[in-house]
Design a protein around this ligand. Structure first.
Ligand SMILES: Cc1ncc(COP(=O)(O)O)c(C=O)c1O
Length: 388
């Protein structure tokens, strides 16, 4: 059966080969530890589960929700943004729930890109920034994120032709996969750039609540002028251990939020209202504490991994945010050959940087989302098998 030419444009899944090797090892009875995917291992906090259970018993939550979202949720997002980021949002026009950041980011491509348009996408970056534009007949234009620039894109290097056809720019800090935090001045520069070229800035705030060493991540919307040109997609997946719940919100520019709503009301019927009320419970001060406690757990795990990598000769910079450690592969290896070596020698899975885009080549990514004892075991294996 032939799929659409649109679907044919999506590049092959780059982890496929690695996954086959992992399956083969597991079939041989080898205990493989995966530090590949970023999916929190710790359960969703009780305050969220209790709110869901209570709301699910309310028949008023059982019918079709509206894509605008319940008032309680829109207000909870707005007061979270004020308390946490000092950003004012109008709950009536500047906040809408989304079924996860992934859904929202993909649909923003449908809402804002026509064939021939371009989206400026971080490289390396979350795959939907490039796959989304391709699926709607537009084109991703890669913005390399390089260590020498603190993993900030060089907006001055974007070609004139690309500036003219770009309709969206994707930014994401704290960043997946590099763990970088928002470089000084980048958000201000993005606002100027977007104004000059009539571009919608989409800031993916999937990791703002997971930060270390006292660093507190800002919202893009706290940048002067940001609301005129941009939106932020705030996800609860990582910061609140809610990947399975599909909870996020799009906030910011009222026109953009409204276009997203118009599109969404033609695509799906919104988020189960009991889940909306559970999401609202996560965004209270009690929820802020949960996110801080999780950050402390990831910081401890980060230190464990960074120490071990340094001991085996990998020169790694400890990240100040996200749930990942991004490290250079030792000389003589590609990211794929190093991931293979680590799997062969240690039965530990790391993600090859090249899978996140051309500029990710030369790096590998470790996810901190495995229980402490498994992470300790993985680190011991790296030390003993690759320690030299
Ligand atoms: C940068 C980034 N954006 C979005 C997502 C997906 O978030 P959600 O679970 O809210 O769809 C991820 C998940 O790994 C991510 O790393």
């Amino acid at each position: 059966m032939k799929p659409s030419s649109r679907l044919e444009k999506i590049p092959p899944y780059l982890f496929a080969q690695l996954e086959q090797k992992i399956s083969a090892k597991k079939a041989q009875g080898i205990d493989v530890i995966s530090l590949g995917i970023g999916d929190p291992d710790t359960p969703t906090p009780d305050l969220v589960i209790d709110a869901l259970a209570d709301a699910a018993r309310e028949p008023g939550t059982h019918q079709y929700p509206s894509n605008r979202g319940r008032q309680e949720l829109r207000e909870a997002v707005a007061s979270f943004y004020q308390r946490r980021f000092g950003v004012d949002l109008d709950p009536a026009s500047e906040v809408i729930p989304a079924l996860g950041a992934k859904e929202c980011i993909f649909n923003l491509n449908l809402a804002f890109l026509d064939p021939g348009d371009a989206a400026l996408a971080a490289d390396p970056g979350y795959p939907v920034y490039t796959g989304g534009p391709l699926l709607v007949g537009a084109e991703p234009v890669l913005m390399p994120l390089l260590p020498e620039r603190g993993f900030a894109p060089d907006l001055d290097a974007i070609a004139d032709a690309d500036r003219e056809r770009a309709r969206i720019m994707y930014l994401n800090y704290p960043n997946n996969p590099t763990g970088a935090i928002a470089p000084d001045g980048l958000f201000e520069q993005a606002v100027e750039f977007a104004r000059a070229h009539d571009i919608l800035v989409v800031h993916d705030a999937s990791y703002t609540e997971t930060t270390f060493d006292g660093y507190v991540a800002p919202s893009f919307l706290a940048t002067p002028g940001a609301k005129e040109v941009g939106v932020e997609v705030f996800s609860l997946s990582k910061g609140y251990n809610m990947t399975g719940w599909r909870t996020a919100a799009i906030v910011g520019n009222a026109d953009a939020v409204n276009h997203y709503w118009r599109l969404k009301s033609n695509i799906d019927s919104g988020m189960f209202e009991a889940v909306q009320l559970a999401q609202a419970a996560a965004l209270t001060e009690q929820g802020d504490q949960v996110a801080r406690d999780m950050s402390a757990i990831y910081q401890r795990r980060r230190d464990l991994v960074v120490d071990a990598l340094r001991e085996i000769g990998v020169d790694v910079t400890p990240p100040k945010g996200s749930i990942y450690v991004w490290a250079p592969v030792p000389e003589g290896h590609t990211s794929a050959s190093y991931a293979d070596l680590v799997l062969e020698e240690s039965a530990v899975v790391v993600s090859p940087g090249g899978a996140f885009g051309r500029s990710g080549e030369g790096f590998f990514r470790i996810s901190l989302t495995v229980p402490d004892e498994r992470l300790t075991e993985a680190v011991e294996r790296l030390r003993s098998s690759l320690g030299g």
